[in-house]
Design a protein around this ligand. Structure first.
Ligand code: PLP
Ligand code: SF4
Length: 353
C-alpha cells in the first residue's frame, strides 16, 4: 500500500480505537485535554497493530495518551532544552560549534507520548517554506565551522520526497562538504514510507546518516527491518537514539534485547537518552540513578558495539553530556586506581606528560 493511503487509515480519536482498549470515560475525555495542551493523538494502523491493549503494554504507553499527561511538575518546562535561545533563523538551531539542527516540519506519523519537543511538534505549522530553507542554507554557507546539518522536526520523512530533495539540494548547494543526518521515527511507525525512490534520492546526498528511535524490542519487526535494510544496503548508515522510558524499557533484559537485536540488524545503538523535563511526561521518566545502574549492568553483558552512550540534554540549554558511573577511583602513589565492571580494582601506571 502507498504510504499516503496508509496514513488515511491512521487512528486520530479515542472513538477510532478498538473496543479491547477499554477506555474509561475519564481516559476518553483526556484525549481532548491533551490536544489542548499541545500534543495531539495520532497513531498509524501499523504501529497500533503492534500495540497490546493492556495499560502497561510498552507500545501502548508510547502511543495512547493517559491521564498522567495532564500532570505537570514544577520542574517541567515547555522548552526543556532552551532551543529558542539557540535559534539563528526561524527554524535553525545552532548550539554546538560544528553542527546545526533544522526543524523541517512539525508533523509526525505518530505523536509519541514522551515527545520532548511537544511545544513545536504537531501544531499544524507544516513544512518549512523555501524562504526559510534558503535562509538556513545561507547561514551554513556563511558559517564554515558548520560541518553537519541535522534534519529534525517533527519527522523529516513526513515531507513529500520531492520537497525533502529540494531541502537537501538547497543545503548541499550552499556547502558541498556538508554531512547530513535525518532524525526520524518513520522506520518504527510507518515503515512502508521507505521505498526505492526515497532511498535513491537520499543516496545522492551522501554522506547521509539515518537516526531512528527504536525504544522496545517489539518494534523490531520484519517490516521495520525491511525498511532500515533498504537504507543500509544503499550505503546509508542507520544509528539508533532510544529514549529511556518507565515501564517501556527500564529493565536490563529489555535493553539487552533491544540493543543486541538492533546490532544484529546492522543498526548501531548511538544514544540512550535520559528523559527531558518536558511538561506532562513525568510518568515516563526513569530516575537517573536507575539509568546508571542499568548501563553498568549492560556493560557487563553485551558487546561494546551494542552499547549506546547514556546521555542527557542538560536542562537550560547546556547540550548533551554522557552519563556514566566512573570507573576511575583516583590517582594514588602507585598510579591510577581503576575498576572493572564488577567493581574489582586495578592499577594503571601514571605517565609523565
Ligand atoms: C542533539 C543535538 C545535536 C547532535 O548532537 P550529537 O551529540 O552530535 O549527536 C545537534 N544540535 C542540537 C541542537 C541537538 O539537540
Ligand atoms: S517522532 Fe520524534 S518529534 Fe515526532 S512525536 Fe515522536 S519523538 Fe516527537
Amino acid at each position: 500500500m502507498n504510504w499516503k493511503k496508509e496514513l488515511v487509515s491512521s487512528f486520530r480519536s479515542p472513538d477510532d480505537l478498538p473496543q479491547e482498549f477499554a477506555l474509561s470515560d475519564v481516559e476518553r475525555s483526556c484525549f481532548g485535554k491533551v490536544r489542548q495542551k499541545g500534543l495531539p493523538f495520532l497513531v498509524t494502523a501499523y504501529y497500533l497493530s503492534l500495540t497490546g491493549t493492556n495499560r502497561n503494554d510498552p507500545i501502548r504507553i508510547q502511543s495512547i495518551p493517559g491521564i498522567e499527561e495532564l500532570i505537570e511538575k514544577p520542574t517541567e518546562v515547555t522548552d526543556p532544552l532552551d532551543e529558542e535561545k539557540y535559534k539563528v533563523t526561524g527554524r535553525l538551531i545552532h548550539r554546538y560549534p560544528d553542527r546545526v539542527l533544522f526543524l523541517t516540519t512539525d508533523t509526525c506519523a505518530m505523536y509519541c507520548r514522551h515527545c520532548f519537543r511537544r511545544n513545536f511538534t504537531g501544531h499544524k505549522n507544516g513544512p518549512a517554506g523555501m524562504k526559510e530553507v534558503k535562509e538556513a542554507s545561507a547561514y551554513i554557507a556563511a558559517h564554515k565551522e558548520v560541518r553537519e546539518v541535522i534534519f529534525s522536526g517533527g519527522d523529516p520523512l513526513m515531507l513529500e520526497t520531492s520537497l525533502l530533495e529540494k531541502y537537501l539540494y538547497s543545503f548541499k548547494n550552499a556547502r558541498q562538504d556538508i554531512i547530513f543526518r535525518i532524525g526520524t521515527r518513520i522506520p518504527v511507525v510507518l515503515p512502508s514510507r521507505i521505498d526505492n525512490t526515497l532511498v535513491s534520492i537520499l543516496s545522492e546526498f551522501k554522506p547521509l546518516f539515518i537516526m531512528t528511535q527504536f525504544n522496545h524490542p517489539r518494534e523490531i519487526t520484519e517490516t521495520s527491518m525491511g525498511g532500515t535494510s533498504l537504507f543500509i544496503d544503499a550505503g546509508i548508515p542507520v544509528l539508533n537514539q532510544a529514549v529511556l522510558l518507565r515501564k517501556v524499557n527500564d529493565s536490563v533484559e529489555t535493553l539487552e534485547a533491544l540493543f543486541t537485536r538492533l546490532l544484529f540488524n546492522r543498526i548501531k545503538p548511538y544514544y540512550l537518552f535520559q528523559g527531558d523535563m518536558a511538561a506532562g511526561t513525568s510518568h515516563l521518566r526513569v530516575p537517573l540513578k536507575k539509568g546508571l545502574s542499568l548501563m553498568k549492568e549492560l556493560r557487563k553483558r553485551i558487546s561494546g558495539m551494542a552499547m549506546p552512550v547514556y546521555a542527557v540534554d542538560l536542562p537550560g540549554g547546556g547540550g548533551k553530556v554522557p552519563l556514566t558511573e566512573s570507573y576511575i577511583n583516583g590517582l594514588t602513589d602507585k598510579g591510577w586506581e581503576l575498576k572493572d565492571a564488577g567493581g574489582k580494582t586495578y592499577l594503571y601506571p601514571d605517565e609523565e606528560e
